[in-house]
Design a protein around this ligand. Structure first.
Ligand code: ACO
Length: 331
């Protein structure tokens, strides 16, 4: 069995309020709050990279788990905003954390990335390739936002969250990762993308605007509820949880209207849905661990509570995971 034994998060200090964005774009606090639920978010200062946030969150997750160098066998880092197109960011993060020559690699599944990374870390443990895996979701979307696009400009925030997964011989212990569900639909790849900078359209051939993140918001919205809902439903059936047994629904923090629609779709009471996007915005691969830590800090989770996580993002990709809440102190 695999168990979650540590959780750490990091947000950059600079707060960017709706009022600040209303001075920059043709938008308003009223529009952003009503249409997304977001009131403020954090953006990293220029010069701060995703790896910097990942190291800070990773350090805290290791502290939360009571681990030191030599205790971790792999680092899996989910991000859409790596420090460089090449190499991956995870090896640098592992080195900066002093973890030695461990396996370290990035996962690219956009906003589903953290749950994809969790599934991969779980797989390494289940296969006997690792005893403990540091799983990180970290993003600096502020570096890929189009300064001329008010729609994406008001949605995204920067941040990082990390968990430690460990092999756990005893089944039924709090913290158990009970199952994962992953999926994708590449036919809808154009709904969320950065057009240039890859081999399809090398950066040298693209227009300046092609280097920015683009999203067809309304179509993504429609996909999000069904994809997360169906993935979560498939997982619940597989692990044998009834919907009314889910104590906390931790959905990808993209839009409060999506979270409300998801709870309705799953027939889970809205008050069981965790919401922290009002304070951090959509932090993509960092979204789920930041929401977990926020709910834990507010005392919402009791040890053993049933927590259902689900996310969707570019690709399209979607993912769900179920855990019982562990006896840990998030940092
Ligand atoms: N301020 C004011 N008006 C705006 C803004 C803004 N910031 N952004 C868009 N508008 C306008 C549009 O131009 C449009 O105007 P028009 O009717 O004159 O053309 C109007 O508001 C309505 O636009 P819609 O796109 O229909 O607005 P909607 O209610 O769908 O909200 C939003 C837009 C917030 C983007 C929503 O569609 C959404 O949240 N979509 C999902 C996005 C998401 O979940 N992304 C997560 C995945 S991303 C990832 O994987 C990294």
């Amino acid at each position: 069995m695999t168990a979650l034994i540590g959780l750490g998060t990091y947000l950059p200090p600079r707060e960017v309020t709706n009022a600040e964005l209303a001075a920059r774009f043709d938008t308003s606090d009223e529009w952003i709050t009503a249409r997304t639920g977001i009131r403020t978010r954090r953006w990293a200062d220029p010069g701060t990279a995703t790896g910097d946030l990942a190291v800070a969150a990773g350090e805290r997750a290791l502290k939360s788990a009571g681990l030191g160098p030599g205790d971790v066998d792999a680092v899996v880092l989910a991000t859409t905003t790596p420090d460089h197109p090449c190499p991956a960011t995870a090896p640098d993060v592992a080195a900066r954390l002093g973890l030695g020559h461990v396996a370290a690699y990035d996962i690219a599944a956009v906003c589903s990335g953290f749950l994809y990374a969790l599934a991969v870390g779980h797989g390494q443990i289940a296969a006997g390739q690792a005893r403990r895996v540091l799983v990180i979701g970290a993003e600096t979307y502020s570096t890929i936002l189009d300064p001329a696009d008010r729609t994406t400009g008001v949605i995204f925030g920067d941040g990082a969250g990390a968990v430690v997964l460990a092999a756990e011989p005893e089944t039924g212990r709090p913290g158990a990762l009970l199952g994962v569900d992953l999926g994708s639909d590449g036919a809808l790849r154009d709904l969320i993308r950065i057009p240039a900078g890859g081999s399809r359209l090398p950066a040298r051939d693209g227009a300046a605007a092609d280097r920015y993140f683009t999203m067809q918001g309304t179509k993504v919205f429609q996909q999000a509820v069904v994809r997360m809902g169906d993935s979560a439903t498939a997982l619940l059936e597989r692990i044998g949880w009834r919907r009314d047994e889910v104590d906390h629904l931790v959905g990808h923090q993209a839009n409060v209207r999506i979270l409300a629609a998801l709870a309705r779709y799953l027939k889970i009471p809205a008050e069981r849905a965790v919401v922290n996007l009002d304070r951090v915005g959509n932090t993509s691969a960092a979204s789920i661990p930041l929401a977990l830590a926020d709910a834990a800090a507010q005392g919402r989770f009791a040890v053993g509570d049933r927590v259902l996580m689900t996310a969707f993002g570019g690709g399209l990709t979607w993912a769900s995971a179920a855990i019982t809440w562990p006896d840990i102190h998030p940092c």
